[in-house]
Design a binder for this molecule. Structure first.
Ligand SMILES: NC(=O)c1ccc[n+]([C@@H]2O[C@H](COP(=O)([O-])OP(=O)(O)OC[C@H]3O[C@@H](n4cnc5c(N)ncnc54)[C@H](OP(=O)(O)O)[C@@H]3O)[C@@H](O)[C@H]2O)c1
Length: 335
């Protein structure tokens, strides 16, 4: 399904921060154009449409899903909306790119996958990192044995956001918590390189109101005892690196979620640094992946298949199960 000239017609659900970034990315690619936007408010939809020159606006998500001028929908609402809004779109026959995390838990992800499968529609979690040039290079280098056999991995993503119980990151009704929003990146990196992981332990710090995690660290084990230390924070800036250690050296990505540089340190050799910037704000790479796979008649992306989103959601469920929230330390000082 395209406009007849091979251009994918996109609809966008939600008009927040990432929806604007998506539109910015769409300016960089000839593979698609945004033909409609849906908002909970007709006024906001119109405003967004005017700002980006989008021909059609809808004051409701179901209306957007039913729009016959749309082939694929980008779901850009807070996490709890990912499951219901994706189902609405799939049921209406649309392909879907849904923001990370794919849903609130593995049960919801499984249902989304089942519906995509039964409807024969493309569905992908917007794990944009996997399509970035530096990340892909790192993957190739590790697969080619550049650092020998992989032994351990550490990755992190932390940003410092002032505590505000109404903010998406701290509000349970909006899917708050560092793990789901930020931890998803180091965890996705670990599942990509290590496959199935066993959670050995997890520690957490909670928000001052004790409602969500603000700092989480996970120790996990892959096949053969390969270890992964994965951290995230919503109240502290972290260096953000990912380090993969092998039997013959180590490789570092400058940023776990959006790398532009790969440094390879092989035993006994000078380090090599590869610069691989992404295009624009980086989201164009995943957008083009969707267009490519839809054109091929596929329902999944081989680099972020349904099985991987399921694995990731299960892993996050497990991390949350490991300690529970009750006994863990809250930040002493609010603000
Ligand atoms: N891939 C990335 O790099 C990246 C970066 C940031 C965020 N994200 C993901 O994108 C999603 C949205 O994040 P965001 O930062 O864009 O959030 P945001 O700025 O708060 O925007 C979310 C939008 O969703 C709609 N919405 C629907 N139900 C809502 C509710 N109950 N409360 C608030 N808004 C609601 C709103 O649009 P209308 O009212 O107009 O319908 C709102 O503008 C999250 O799941 C997040 O994980 C991904």
């Amino acid at each position: 399904m395209t406009d007849g000239e091979g251009v994918l017609r996109w609809g966008v659900i939600g008009t927040g921060g990432i929806a604007h970034s998506f539109l910015e990315a769409m300016q960089e690619t000839p593979t698609g154009r945004v033909t409609a936007v849906g908002s909970r408010s007709a006024g906001r939809a119109r405003e967004f449409a005017d700002a980006w020159g989008i021909p059609v606006s809808h004051g409701g998500y179901a209306e957007l899903a039913r729009d016959e001028g749309v082939d694929a929908v980008y779901v850009a609402t807070p996490h709890p909306g990912h499951h219901p809004h994706t189902l609405t779109c799939l049921d209406a026959g649309k392909h879907v790119l849904v923001e990370k995390p794919m849903a609130m838990n593995a049960l919801q992800v499984a249902e989304m996958v089942a519906v995509a499968r039964s409807r024969g529609r493309f569905l992908m979690e917007a794990m944009w990192t996997r399509y970035l040039p530096a990340y892909r290079l790192a993957r190739d280098l590790v697969a080619d044995g550049m650092i020998g056999r992989l032994c351990s991995l550490s990755a992190e993503f932390g940003i410092s956001v002032p505590f505000d119980p109404d903010h998406r990151l701290f509000n349970t009704e909006l899917g708050g918590g560092a793990l789901l929003d930020l931890g998803v990146y180091p965890l996705a990196l670990a599942t990509d390189f290590l496959g199935e992981l066993t959670v050995v332990g997890a520690t957490r710090q909670l928000s001052p109101d004790r409602m969500v995690d603000t700092h989480t660290t996970v120790l996990a084990r892959g096949e053969g005892g390969v270890s992964a230390t994965l951290s995230c924070a919503s109240r502290s800036t972290m260096p953000g690196r990912a380090v993969l250690v092998g039997t013959e050296g180590w490789l570092e990505l400058d940023r776990t979620w959006a790398p532009t540089e790969v440094a390879v340190h092989r035993d006994g050799r000078e380090p090599e640094v590869f610069h691989r910037p992404y295009r624009g704000n980086g989201y164009v790479h995943e957008v083009e992946e969707v267009a490519r796979r839809v054109a091929e008649g596929r329902t999944q992306s081989p680099d972020m298949p349904w099985s991987e989103s399921l694995r990731l959601a299960r892993l996050m469920d497990l991390v949350r199960d490991v300690g529970g929230f009750v006994d863990e330390g809250a930040e002493a000082v609010a603000g």
